[in-house]
Structures are given as structure tokens and as C-alpha cells.
Ligand binder design. Structure first.
Ligand code: ATP
Ligand code: MG
Length: 412
């Protein structure tokens, strides 16, 4: 027998029940994001590999080992997007929008990272993200966090923690970096192998290490919040005041650094304790240097992305929808007329399944399995009198009536 074909490890199918949950999340996002006047964009899944190398940073985990990158038949270096921001910036520049005032975009779709698959850590996963180009904050930072909180609240997720940090800027971060590298080199024997490497290549990333040993060592590490320049400190202060004013709770966590190089100043994560090491469900921050880095004019920006599968794990699976009617047609003569009645009921907004005609026993069994609210039986007598026999499956009540009466009956 041929080997069974399977999906790739860490890449899952979205079957109806799962997709219903995702759609619920997407719908909440659309509703809330559009209230803040954000517009959806649909951007390519394939991008030039160079885009991610230049934006995310060569020393990050994503670029150094997680990208699905390949050379296509024409010799072009191509990559399945691991995240949405770089592509959004590319599209913004390509469309020549840098002088059109602030742009508010959101997107949803699949991202690809060749990580070690775990619960809540997949190789193909979906993000819902948002980018606001051309705003320097801190007012907009407050608004983005208010929006993110409203979105999570709309999903009924009220037990999440907002962790907040400032990553400083080109002025103050290098100073902090030096102090941090000193600390890390001295603490090297209490850090994991990967962190030794990070200390030299990308020291801020050490703070984000998920190893327990590293985390406990890092409790004594110097904190960026103590090294911010006056402008960054003031930006951070105003952000916190804004959140306080809106009643949005947060904790300052000086170890939040984000896994991508392009962030500066505001960085944040919404975290749950219910998903272990995969507890971050929504994360983002400011990236004031990225647009210039990719060849555009200096343009500040802020954004975030949420992991749809992680959000879904925190939500109850929505119940499968029940059809309103299952149509049983008895006798060959009635089939066409019963199909017409099914369509007429659909035109009235009802969800209708037709049981396909044929034997009565088989049809009633099918009708049962559909869990429709009503079974509509159409026999020859009904057809001749232009009537339908409707049984309420909950109460057992059964009546023969005109199709207009059926509508009223079903709407009771
Ligand atoms: P983590 O620290 O969990 O690896 P990250 O910092 O790499 O996350 P981002 O690049 O900021 O994540 O992506 C934003 C969100 O996308 C994450 O907070 C998470 O909810 C989701 N996400 C990221 N990677 C994965 C993945 N491999 N599988 C499922 N969801 C993911
Ligand atoms: Mg990651």
C-alpha cells in the first residue's frame, strides 16, 4: 500500500470547527480595527528574501534559521513571509504613499517560520496585524494599545497581562548595550550556549531567552528603563500617563525586547499564563527606523501582530451551526417541487438542507443527523394543496401550512 500522505510537521489543516473559531476572531478584529479607521490590505505571501534580511536583521532567530527561503526556477531568492511588517513597509514604499499622510493598515493571513513545533508554535500560523505609518506618538501608541485591548476584550479575553517596555533609540540604546554586554560577559557561566552567541551578536535578545537558567540570571541584569535618554524617557512617561488615563492596566517589563531588530521605544506584549512558554498572544511596538532602512524617507511607525491559533486556544469552540430546515420529499413526483420550496426558504434567509429524496427511512435518518430545528415533509398531498408539513424537532409539534405560514412558524 502507498505511504499515507500527511501534511508537513507543524503545518495544520483548518477544518470547519477550527475555521469557525478563526472567523470569529477575524470578525472581532475587523469590527474593532475599522472603528479606529484602519483599512485592510492583502499583501503577498512570497517576498524577496532580501526584504527580511534587511528589515528583521541577520542576527535574529527568524533570519538566521527559521525562514523558508529558496531559489526559484529563474534564480530569484524568494521567501515565504515569516511576518507581516516588512512586506507592509515594502508595499507602502512601492505604492509611493510616504507623502500621503499617515496610513492605517491591517492584515490577516498565514506566516511561515521553521521553528520547533510545539503547542502554540507552528510552522505555518496566522497573524492578524496592524501597521500605522507616519505617526511618532506617544498619543498613537496609547491608541494602538487601547485598540489592541478592545479587540481582546471583544473576544472575552479579560485575563491577559499587558507588559510594556521602552527599547530606547539610536542615542541611548548603544550606551545600554555596552553596560548589558559587560554584565552578560561576567555572567557567562550562568547563561545557556545560545546566549553566549547572542551576547556578541545581538545582546538584547538574551533578555528574551526562554531558558529558566538564563531568566534567573537576568533578574540582576541592568535594565534599559534606567538608561533612556531624555526624549525616550519622556515618550515612555507620556505613554504610561495616557494608559493610566484610559484605565488600561499594564506592567513595565524591562526584559521585553521583541525578536526582530527593527523595534525602538515602545514595545509591548499581551500575555496569558494559560499557554506556557507560548503565552504571548499579541505583540508589537514602534519601528521608527525601518521605513528609512528600506529606502524610504525617515518615517515613524507603530504596529503589532496577534497569533490567531494562540488566541483560538483561549476561546471556546463555537457550536456548529444548526440548519433551520431539513427537507424530506416523499414520492418521486414531489422532488422538483420540494427543491423549489427549499430554495424559496433559503431566499427568506433560512439555512436549509435537502435530504435528497428517495426512501423515507433514509431521509428521516439524514434529517436527524443534521440537527435541523424543523423537519419539513413534502408528500404528494402537500404538493397538490400547495402546503408543507413542518415538525418542530424540539417540541414535537407538527402542522401542515402554507409556506408563508412556515416563515411565521419558524420565526416564533
Ligand atoms: P515568541 O516569543 O512566542 O516566539 P515572537 O516574538 O517570535 O513570539 P512575533 O514575531 O512578535 O512573535 O509575532 C507576533 C505573534 O505571532 C506572537 O505573539 C504569537 O502570538 C504569534 N506567533 C509567532 N510565532 C508563532 C508560531 N511559530 N506559531 C504560532 N504563533 C506564532
Ligand atoms: Mg519567535
Amino acid at each position: 500500500m502507498a505511504k499515507k500522505l500527511q501534511s508537513i510537521r507543524g503545518i495544520h489543516d483548518g477544518l470547519p470547527e477550527q475555521v469557525r473559531c478563526w472567523q470569529h476572531i477575524e470578525q472581532a478584529a475587523r469590527t474593532i480595527f475599522e472603528r479606529y479607521a484602519f483599512s485592510e490590505v492583502r499583501l503577498p505571501v512570497l517576498e524577496p528574501t532580501e526584504l527580511f534580511v534587511r528589515s528583521i536583521g541577520a542576527a535574529t532567530d527568524i533570519v538566521s534559521k527559521e525562514m523558508y527561503a529558496f531559489v526559484d526556477q529563474g534564480g530569484d531568492h524568494i521567501c515565504l513571509r515569516p511576518e507581516g511588517t516588512a512586506g507592509a513597509v515594502r508595499a507602502y514604499l512601492q505604492a509611493g504613499l510616504t507623502r500621503s499622510g499617515a496610513q492605517r493598515w491591517y492584515y490577516m493571513g498565514p506566516m511561515f517560520r521553521r521553528e520547533r513545533p510545539q503547542k502554540g508554535r507552528l510552522r505555518q500560523f496566522q497573524q492578524i496585524g496592524l501597521e500605522w505609518f507616519g505617526v511618532s506618538g506617544p498619543v498613537e501608541d496609547v491608541e494602538v494599545l487601547a485598540l489592541a485591548e478592545s479587540f481582546l476584550k471583544a473576544l472575552g479575553l479579560v485575563d491577559l497581562r499587558l507588559e510594556l517596555n521602552s527599547l530606547g533609540c539610536d542615542q541611548c540604546r548603544p550606551v545600554y548595550r555596552t553596560v548589558l554586554v559587560d554584565f552578560l560577559r561576567n555572567a557567562a557561566d550562568r547563561l545557556c550556549e545560545t546566549c553566549h552567541e547572542r551576547t556578541e551578536k545581538n545582546p538584547m535578545r538574551v533578555l528574551d531567552c526562554k531558558e529558566e537558567r538564563c531568566q534567573s540570571t537576568l533578574r540582576e541584569a541592568p535594565e534599559i528603563t534606567g538608561h533612556l535618554c531624555a526624549a525616550c524617557a519622556s515618550h515612555f512617561e507620556q505613554l504610561k500617563l495616557g494608559l493610566d488615563a484610559l484605565g488600561i492596566g499594564y506592567e513595565v517589563n524591562p526584559r521585553i525586547v521583541r525578536g526582530l531588530d527593527y523595534y525602538n521605544r515602545t514595545a509591548f506584549e499581551f500575555v496569558t499564563d494559560r499557554l506556557g512558554a507560548q503565552g504571548t498572544v499579541l505583540a508589537g511596538g514602534r519601528y521608527d527606523g525601518l521605513i528609512e532602512e528600506l529606502g524610504g524617507p525617515a518615517t515613524p511607525a507603530i504596529g503589532f501582530a496577534a497569533g490567531v491559533e494562540r488566541l483560538a486556544m483561549l476561546l471556546e469552540t463555537p457550536e456548529s451551526p444548526r440548519p433551520d430546515f431539513a427537507i424530506v420529499s416523499l414520492g418521486e413526483q414531489t422532488l422538483v417541487w420540494s427543491l423549489e420550496q427549499a430554495d424559496w426558504l433559503r431566499s427568506q434567509g433560512f439555512v436549509v438542507v435537502h435530504c435528497g429524496g428517495g426512501g423515507a427511512k433514509r431521509q428521516f435518518k439524514l434529517a436527524d443527523r443534521e440537527h435541523a430545528r424543523f423537519t419539513a415533509v413534502i408528500g404528494e398531498e402537500e404538493m397538490q394543496r400547495n402546503l408543507i408539513t413542518v415538525k418542530d424537532m424540539e417540541t414535537g409539534e407538527q402542522r401542515t401550512m402554507t409556506r408563508q405560514e412556515v416563515v411565521t412558524f419558524a420565526h416564533r
